[in-house]
Design a protein around this ligand. Structure first.
Ligand code: DC
Length: 216
């Protein structure tokens, strides 16, 4: 059984997907983390998002794999656990820019499909229901308004003691949505057979229950 959850940045996909996976005893696969690891690889090499030729060829040398430690996903980039480096806004924005590249996507989609073929998964991303797992038994398109998503992100940063400007966060979210939805290859869009869930005014548990009900 495969459950695909797609949606824009900050809709709560990873929190929800993790809980659904834990309740059902499935493996949670965070595909955004793979695009983030690839982005980190380019940032470390000083490659700019505009250097599309370099991105096209150099992605072949980034060896990205996934391991599980206590059911937690660990992303390994050329032998190094990079979980601690991929959650920044800089890496997220670079991931959005570099994930438009066809070679980057091909490489990571293959890895994602292999994982899903070997076990029951809850996988989240942008193109899971449309491209990666078109035959997933359950597909959800999870979204929330940009204002609500910015507020959630702002509160997360505040809780960590990080200064942030909520208007800037919302502007970044809108820019990232636009890029993810309008790119040529595998843009973010709802699969025809996906269930649309707007989490703007739902609690985390309500969304989790909605997906568990669909799975049942
Ligand atoms: O879900 P996230 O914020 O960790 O994803 C970071 C970026 O990676 C996102 O802006 C677009 C890209 N991405 C993608 O193109 N396809 C996916 N399946 C997952 C993420």
């Amino acid at each position: 059984m495969n459950i695909a959850i797609d949606g824009p940045a900050g809709a709560g996909k990873s929190t929800i997907a993790k809980k659904v996976a834990s309740k059902l005893g499935y493996i949670y696969v965070d595909t955004g983390a793979m695009y983030r690891a690839m982005a980190l690889y380019f940032i470390r090499l000083g490659v700019a998002p505009t250097e599309t030729d370099k991105i096209d060829t150099m992605c072949a040398d980034a060896d990205i794999s996934i391991e599980y430690q206590n059911r937690e996903q660990v992303v390994v980039l050329n032998g190094e656990n990079v979980n601690g480096y991929i959650r920044t806004e800089e890496v997220g924005n670079m991931a959005s820019s570099t994930s438009v590249n066809g070679n980057v996507r091909k490489k990571l989609v293959e890895l994602q499909q292999k994982l899903a073929a070997s076990t029951d998964v809850v996988m989240d991303g942008r193109d899971i229901g449309t491209v990666v797992l078109p035959n997933a038994e359950v597909k959800v398109f999870l979204t929330a308004s940009s204002a609500v998503r910015a507020e959630r992100r702002y509160k997360e940063l505040q809780a960590k003691g990080v200064e942030a400007d909520i208007k800037q966060i919302e502007a970044d979210i809108i820019e990232r949505d636009e890029r993810d939805m309008t790119r040529e290859i595998s843009p973010l869009k709802q699969a025809d057979d996906a269930t649309f869930v707007d989490s703007s005014y739902m609690t985390i548990d309500e969304v989790v229950e909605t997906i568990i009900d669909l799975a049942k």
